[in-house]
Write a protein that binds this ligand. Structure first.
Ligand code: PGA
Length: 253
């Protein structure tokens, strides 16, 4: 039986030159102490092979991509396939980040295809969901996030769904320094888990890791991660500094 895992994933976004990225990965690899959590470095594509070599011998330190294309190969200029990601040692792929949804027009339908492709390739999707401030203010955030999860994931069999990691990231908290309160995070995570119970049953729902993202930092990680349904975090800005990122990893349950 699968058990729920604590996970901290650093989303570097479009930051760091290759040299800077290697320096950051090296420092994280050196500072990371024995931990129960799975730690994932989601670097820009060009960093992946070198960062893979730097972290491959460190227990619980994994490599992630920030996106992928939904087709196997072909005339898709500028895109990267799941096979390519596998060939450089990637374990996890972030899908449906709000920046991809908003700036690159990624729809629920497209994301469902990407989820399928990642799973078919044997990699693990970190599927992002989250509401805008407008939706939060209208008090329809729970329905909104549940609809994103249904549309992106609920076509999956139970065996496939078990491999999925969910990341709840309220858009108003991303990069703004305004984090969700621990209660707001817990409420949403509990609502997500109860939706998973309905679709896949209690055992699978209990075993699913649901990460919180949005201005997680060294100071607020412990109180967020202490919530019963918060199983770690997806971290942007604070993942770019080794010391702070390690503090966040150490804040997991
Ligand atoms: P942030 O980004 O930690 O900088 O708010 C989180 C994310 O977008 O994954």
């Amino acid at each position: 039986m699968k058990t729920r895992q604590q996970i901290v994933a650093g989303n570097w976004k479009m930051n760091k030159t290759l040299a800077e990225g290697c320096e950051l990965a090296t420092e994280i690899a050196q500072r990371l102490k024995a931990t129960n959590a799975q730690v994932v470095l989601c670097t820009p594509y060009i960093h992946l092979p070198l960062v893979h070599d730097l972290i491959k011998d460190v227990a619980n330190l994994n490599l992630g991509a920030q996106n992928c294309h939904q087709e196997d190969k072909g005339a898709y200029t500028g895109e990267i396939s799941v096979e390519m990601l596998k060939s450089v040692g990637v374990d996890y792929v972030i899908l449906g980040h709000s920046e991809r949804r908003e700036y690159f027009g990624e729809s629920d339908e497209l994301l469902a295809k990407k989820v399928d492709k990642v799973l078919a390739g044997g990699l693990l999707p970190i599927f992002c969901c989250g509401e805008s401030l407008e939706i939060r203010d209208a008090d329809t955030h729970i329905e909104h996030v549940q609809a994103q999860i249904k549309a992106g994931l609920f076509h999956l069999s139970a065996a496939d769904f078990e491999k999925v990691v969910i990341a709840y990231e309220p858009i108003w908290a991303i990069g703004t320094g305004r984090t969700a309160s621990p209660e707001q995070a817990q409420d949403m995570h509990a609502a997500i888990r109860s939706l998973l119970v309905e679709q896949y049953g209690a055992e699978i729902a209990e075993a699913t890791s649901i990460l919180y993202g949005g201005s997680v930092n060294g100071g607020n990680a412990a109180v967020l991660f202490a919530q019963p349904d918060v199983d770690g975090g997806l971290v942007g800005g604070a993942s770019l500094k080794a010391e702070e990122f390690i503090t966040i990893v150490e804040a997991t349950k």
